[in-house]
Design a protein around this ligand. Sequence first.
Ligand SMILES: Cc1cc2nc3c(=O)[nH]c(=O)nc-3n(C[C@H](O)[C@H](O)[C@H](O)COP(=O)(O)O)c2cc1C
Length: 197
Amino acid sequence: MLVNYDTVSASDIYKLMSQSVIPRPIAWVVTESNGVVNVAPFSYFTGLSSNPPTMLFSVGHKSDGTPKDTLRNLRETQKCTVCIASEAQLEQLHLSSKELEAHVSEAEHFAIPHTRPVPGYPPMIEGAPVAFFCDFYSEVDLGESKTIPLIVEIKSQFVDVVCITDEERMTITFDPIARIGKSYAYLGEERTPPPIP
Ligand SMILES: Cc1cc2nc3c(=O)[nH]c(=O)nc-3n(C[C@H](O)[C@H](O)[C@H](O)COP(=O)(O)O)c2cc1C
């Protein structure tokens, strides 16, 4: 089957892409505005470059057409903390995707514990194996699109010591959650690459 994207609806394109470009990592993004801690997951997410250390996640709009809180807060404060959730945090991560009013904190509403290891940046979710403390870098212009890809620059990274398997070689291991379509997946077994002759 060959699907010409000019002939299918935006929702079918979403279904096709989100089940084909897989597995997607999930950015569990914490932002703040006026003391309200906002938490939300985003799976149109990837690393861009290690130099400068940058990542990208795409944020859409709320059902009423206004920018999602994450987008608004990032534009306002220029800061975000991107956590990577472990398998044990699946329920908290999923709950935090609920569309709440801007003045309501997902962290408070769902009792998601958080802690602030880096002053000047939003808190990270307690128990996350990894978190990145980031400055807003730029937005990607996709014309009329209501989805805005946001580039953020990593200024520091937290790694839970229990995930560090070899400190000298900077080797870390944990159990992340991925997204496939609208489902979740765990990574399972890692494979060593075969030698290239
Ligand atoms: C696992 C998961 C991944 C998601 N990925 C995205 C995404 O890439 N982009 C997006 O706009 N919304 C995504 N969502 C929906 C947002 O999390 C949801 O709209 C959330 O309410 C946004 O919160 P905010 O208004 O506090 O920023 C995802 C939801 C889930 C459960």
